[in-house]
Design a protein. Structure first.
Length: 401
């Protein structure tokens, strides 16, 4: 097999998975691969510093970031989405010009396809010039509204690429629901904590770092606050949890991409404001570790999800999980081993699982340790990059299908 060291272009137009792409790009670069990350300025926070790879901000130049327009629409979700949709074709055109200037064909690796019908056109155009196209399907099943239309576009996009990367369970789902042939599916596990790994802190040190007082159990709901995350179901579960353990606190940490007022109203109606700590806003990379290390249990009440970066981070920090039986969560959460799984949209099931977990603190700590041990044994960015590079080499050494 002919050696392949690039060019490789990783495409994350909206900067949706900055830590994932930074870790993958950096690990490939350490293996001698010529890597360029094609992305946009982050809407919140800063990008991880590039380790041996280039960054080209081809997308959303006047929408994301700190410019006048970007700052004015940052709090208007629908306006921002509309402007991004209008700007997206220009980003694809810049990407196409950049790839054609590379001098030789290589690998275009999609992390996210925002408008699949247009992305399919770019994929087919680049394949016609000798490039091979890979897509990591972070979120293969389209959420409502317009899920049927979105799914048809997704099918068109995945048919236009040479290979699709998934976890094992999502590969089965993609084959069944999107009709992706098994020959295109490649199971490659996500790497370790990478750029999110910070200093190891005790629970008390972590709580002091993020300003959480008291010694009672802490539940953590972390990440962007969206309807599919199921925060309302967790809030409705809290009264029963508090009856069992009045010292429990729920920490909500993340950036709302919907109005938080409806959750605030639920908190007020249930009379649980004394037990809820809301830290709304983007959480910087250096603060991610303290939040997880301050918690006793991570709760993921998702009603719909594909891959869960939060579950992955939780296991990396040795924190057990109560999650729902949706998407890729069962790939990560092993019932009774590193967490508990419950049906989605069931506050009663959530409360019972949380009460069960908190009633045995020593067992809960042991579950966290087992989760971290298994996570470290299975997840490594060096291994992920090696398997990804092997896929690239195989594609570049075979005739396109």
């Amino acid at each position: 097999m002919t050696e392949f060291t690039g060019p490789v272009a990783l495409l994350d137009p909206g900067n949706f998975s900055p830590q994932y792409t930074a870790n993958l790009c950096g690990s490939l670069a350490e293996m001698g691969v010529d890597v360029t990350l094609i992305t946009s300025r982050p809407q919140f926070g800063e990008m991880p510093s590039p380790r041996g790879y280039r960054v080209e901000n081809c997308f959303f130049r006047h929408v994301n970031g700190r410019g006048h327009l970007g700052s004015r629409i940052s709090i208007h979700v629908h306006a921002r989405m509309a402007l991004k949709a209008c700007a997206y074709p220009f980003g694809l055109a810049r990407t196409k010009r950049l790839l054609r200037s590379a001098g030789q064909p290589g690998i275009l690796h999609y992390q996210w396809a925002h408008i699949p019908a247009l992305d399919a056109r770019l994929a087919l155009a680049m394949r016609a010039t000798g490039w091979r196209v890979v897509a990591t399907a972070h979120d293969p099943v389209a959420p409502p509204p317009f899920s049927s239309l979105k799914q048809k576009q997704a099918v068109r996009f995945y048919r236009s690429v040479d290979a699709v990367v998934h976890t094992a369970r999502l590969a089965e789902q993609a084959e069944a629901e999107l009709g992706i042939p098994p020959s295109k599916l490649n199971v490659i596990a996500r790497g370790d904590l990478g750029v999110l790994r910070g200093p190891k802190l005790s629970r008390e040190q972590a709580r002091a770092r993020i300003g959480i007082t008291g010694s009672g159990p802490v539940l953590l709901f972390f990440g962007m606050i969206k309807p599919n995350k199921g925060l309302d179901h967790l809030l409705y579960a809290m009264p029963q949890v508090l009856q069992s353990n009045p010292d429990v606190r729920l920490v909500i940490a993340g950036e709302p991409v919907e109005k938080f007022e409806r959750y605030a109203a639920i908190i007020g109606q249930l009379g649980i404001a004394h037990a809820v700590v809301a830290r709304l806003g983007y959480v910087r990379d250096e603060d991610v570790g303290p939040y997880f290390q301050a918690a006793d249990l991570i709760v993921l009440p998702h009603t719909q999800v594909s891959l869960s970066g939060v579950a992955w981070v939780a296991l990396g920090f040795g924190r057990p999980i109560v999650g729902t039986c949706v998407g890729g969560l069962p790939d990560l959460v092993e019932e009774g081993v590193n967490g508990f799984l419950v049906p989605p949209a069931s506050p009663a099931a959530l409360s019972q699982a949380i009460i069960r977990a908190l009633s045995h603190p020593e067992e809960l700590a042991s579950m966290g340790a087992i989760g971290r041990e298994r996570f470290e044994a299975r997840h490594s960015w060096a291994r992920t990059a090696s398997e990804t590079l092997e896929l690239y080499r195989r594609l570049m050494n075979t005739h396109p299908g």
